[in-house]
Design a protein around this ligand. Sequence first.
Ligand code: ADP
Length: 438
Amino acid sequence: MNWLLPRLAAGVLAMLAGGFLGFIASNVEHTVVWRVLAGGGIGVAIAAMLDTARGYRLINWLRGSQEQQAPRDAGFWGELGYRVERSIRLREQGLAQERLRLEQFLSAIEASPNGVLMLDQNDQIVWCNSVSADHFGLDPQRDRRQRITNLVRSPAFVAYLQQADYPETVNFPNPRGDGTLSVLLRPYGDGMKLVLSQDITDRERNEAMRRDFVANVSHEMRTPLTVLAGFIETMDNLPLTEVERKRVLELMGQQTRRMQTIVSDLLTLAQLEGSPRPAADRWVALAPLLVQVEADARALSGGRHEVSVAAVGSVELAGAQSELLSAINNLVSNAVRYTPAGGRIDVSWCVLEDGSGELVVSDTGVGIAREHIPRLTERFYRVDGSRSRDTGGTGLGLSIVKHVVQRHGAELDIQSEPGKGSRFRLIFPAARLRGAAA
Ligand code: ADP
């Protein structure tokens, strides 16, 4: 009530002031009462007009956007304006904080690596993050309030959505048709649903690769083991002559060596996959590596091929010596093994215009048909299985080369033509090269 008394006092004061002025202005005795009354009335009317003008200013401010300050009048209207403005400002601050919190919350969900989609009671889209939009092929703005089943028509997903509860995830091909999605649904609030999605294409591919790998290793080991078991049985059951015994032992030795090579290649691969990348500041001279490669190639060829290894001067590559040797050796031994007698094997080196270095192993051998080339670095992939096995191949050589190349930041490029020969290029980036003249 502390606003009422000053207002009453102001009213009374205005009346008294008006009355007093009326009294002074009267000179005839009998009109004095009327003049005082009229003066008081005029005083009150002026006060009321001033009051109305202030109230009108405040109402005008309230009708507007209230961005400017409320009218700063004295007395009742000033106080009212100040209090209304303060409560508006407090509410605005509260709303801004809420909005900020909501934005932070949504951007946290947006940053999630998984898809998050919110559905209302009618399975209509309320909100989704961009990962979910990508998974389901949705447009977050355009598809808001659309029924999800009108947009994602996968029967597995629709059936899952219609279940009473959702204890497990459901997997189905993603609507783009190039992978697999795993979806988990969680009900919340009043009949709302949270749809969490994950792209499991890579996981499934890795699983399939792991299964294939185990099957391939088992198959590769089973063949020599079966042969060995057969020989052991033969030696056990049949009386063999000394010559036959020697032959059987030789064949058993061959199979054992084959298994040893497979296991050794598998261990190399496991080591390449499981160890840190070779340091970029450990330098390996290329010339001594190539000397060893040449010696190994000549030994493997046994004089059946013309082998030529170019001089590389003082070139050094950054990386691991054993890995680089293993990669180049694999390429050169392939060249020897897939080139008929009388053919030619060349190892050359050059520095390209952009400063990168190119080591090329080329042969005039059987060559490879174009459709096989992209798959050559897959584990156990062979163009001609029997030829590979007959020459002591494991099907893992190029896979090892690929890993070494990746670990050294290099590239492997394969060009080949059936009947004409092949060219395997290892391209090392300029940063991993030193002591080379362009
Ligand atoms: P392998 O031990 O069978 O040689 P690799 O992984 O080294 O396994 O090579 C994969 C396949 O690529 C080989 O089986 C062979 O068919 C083909 N290949 C590799 N190098 C050559 C080459 N220089 N000439 C022709 N074919 C090759």
